[in-house]
Ligand binder design. Structure first.
Ligand code: SF4
Length: 502
């Protein structure tokens, strides 16, 4: 997560406005996950189409937009700090407007407006097209002039039975939130929505679905993002084909739960079917999806990953815990035994599978033996990559009212301990890669030292996993960022690898 302003290449002749004003300059900060980044790219695309110019220099921006994250405590703090930092810039500099968008708005709409008077407009996750009105660009030639017009081409599908059942159980209720509208976001972009990519020109995210119907008791994403809804497959395909035509070689599919893709469209194994279609796109070298739900990984999905060379042998499945009793209280189900069986099946069907997961430590009532069970599970499962979050109390989440809250210091200790366990697993796994050959996507000079280049293999999803540093390139070989090379791993650290280009 970073609070630097996003930049993107801006084509020359976009401003078809009749008047001769200089284009409005917009500074954009995007916080949080790739799903939020896609929302930022859609808002930037709408602004660009309306004739605005994006700037990476906050000092010269007429309008500053902060797209916030509200996932856990530290993400909220980062969002608020960034808004305050941009409010200071607005007070001292040229900016006339400060706009706040994203999850924090869905959760704290009134509080932001009441407590930070420098904020001129707020935009929820379902109101992306309001960015034009908020920046005084509504009424330009954009076909997405306001929310009403923007909504019309978007097909809002009826939600699935799970959503209706959860609705009846109060899963989507926001009534305890101060100032929150009771209307859930229903927005979902499509292939005709303008979008300005901020990722390197060879890779892009595609959001295939939005919202979530799962009942996880620690999570308020369903209240923030609404019921689960999938984009039409034709829309995803059209966007993917256009991206590949423009030079994209790696596509990462995102959504709160990608493995439910298509259920609301009446598709069985929708994600597997979508992956198969994407795999047929010539020149698309790597396809992967993030955020699988454990019991939605079907044999057909695994077989599809195994069958197509350009579908990365990579699964990111956040398991959240391994103790059956904790998972029950998390309202997720499963446990170490079930998970180990399912991991064994995944590895059997997909040779060389790379597995990523994440866990929450310090969930209310987590006893020492339950935590130990999680550590043992991590030792046995041998994940390639693992993220760990300290439990954070979210008002409005079912876990908020559970007894047995643990002191922050104890949660911190357990988090450190789990990371220590995984460091040992990772060291062993990375060491076993030394001497092996991989296709490597070169990303350019290393951000850590100018003496090295940096790249990724199919084991590394953009931005979240470790890195591959390249310290040896054959003499006279021209090396261009965004190109694929054959490489050999020559050394391994706990998480990062060193490679030579062959
Ligand atoms: S599946 Fe993910 S987004 Fe959905 S409720 Fe559970 S944790 Fe939240």
């Amino acid at each position: 997560m970073s609070s630097t302003l996003l930049t993107a290449e801006i084509p020359d002749q976009l401003d078809e406005r009749k008047h001769s004003q200089r284009p409005k300059k917009i500074g954009f900060v995007s916080l949080g996950c790739p799903k939020n980044l896609v929302d930022s790219e859609v808002m930037m695309g709408l602004l660009k189409q309306a004739g605005a110019e994006l700037t990476s220099n906050a000092e010269e921006a007429d309008v500053i937009v902060v797209n916030t994250c509200s996932f856990i405590d530290c993400a909220k703090r980062e969002s608020v700090d960034t808004i305050l930092e941009m409010a200071r810039l607005k007070a001292q500099g040229r900016a006339r407007k400060l706009v706040v968008a994203g999850c924090l708005v869905e959760r704290y709409r009134d509080e932001i407006q009441k407590n930070i008077p420098e904020v001129d407009a707020v935009i929820g996750t379902g109101e992306l097209a309001r960015i034009l009105a908020a920046t005084d660009l509504a009424g330009t030639n954009s076909p997405h002039k306001n929310l009403q017009e923007q909504r019309s081409p978007f097909v809002i599908l009826p939600s699935r039975p799970e959503a209706e059942a959860r609705w009846a159980q109060g899963r989507f209720s926001r009534t305890t939130w101060d100032g929150a509208s009771s209307e859930l976001p229903t927005y979902l972009y499509n292939e005709t929505t303008p979008r300005m990519l901020t990722t390197p020109k060879y890779c892009a995210y595609i959001k295939i679905a939005e919202g979530c119907d799962h009942p996880c008791s620690f999570c308020i994403i369903p209240q923030l993002r609404g019921k689960f809804r999938s984009r039409a497959m034709a829309s995803v395909m059209a966007e993917a084909e256009r991206l590949v035509c423009s030079g994209v070689r790696e596509i990462t599919l995102v959504g709160q739960d990608t493995t439910c893709y298509g259920e609301d469209l009446g598709l069985e194994d929708g994600l597997a079917f979508l992956l198969k279609q994407l795999a047929a796109i010539t020149d698309l070298q790597w396809i992967r999806f993030l955020y699988a739900y454990p019991n939605k990984i079907t044999p057909r999905l695994l077989e599809t990953i195994a069958k197509y060379e350009n579908i990365c042998s990579y699964i990111d499945v956040p398991l959240q815990h391994a103790s059956p009793s904790i998972l029950r209280r998390m309202k997720r189900g499963g446990g170490a035994e079930v998970f180990l069986r399912s991991i064994e099946r995944m590895r059997r069907i997909i040779p060389n599978l790379v597995l990523r997961t994440s866990f929450i430590v310090g969930f209310p009532g987590e006893s020492e033996p339950e935590f130990e069970q999680l550590c043992d599970f991590v030792r046995h499962a041998e994940f390639d990559w693992m993220g760990t979050f300290a439990y954070s109390d979210e008002e409005g989440a079912a876990a908020y009212s559970l007894d047995g809250k643990l002191p922050a210091a104890e949660i911190g200790r357990r988090r450190k301990e789990l990371l220590r366990v995984q460091r040992q697993v990772s060291r062993k796994k990375k060491k076993a890669l030394v001497g092996k050959k991989f296709r490597l996507l070169l990303e350019g000079p290393s951000l850590e030292t100018a003496l090295l280049l940096e790249g990724r293999t199919e084991m590394h999803a953009p931005d979240i996993d470790g890195k591959v540093f390249i310290n040896d390139v054959p003499e006279g070989r021209s090396i261009v960022a965004g190109e694929f090379f054959d490489a050999r791993i020559t050394a391994a650290h706990d998480y990062d690898l060193i490679a030579e280009i062959l």
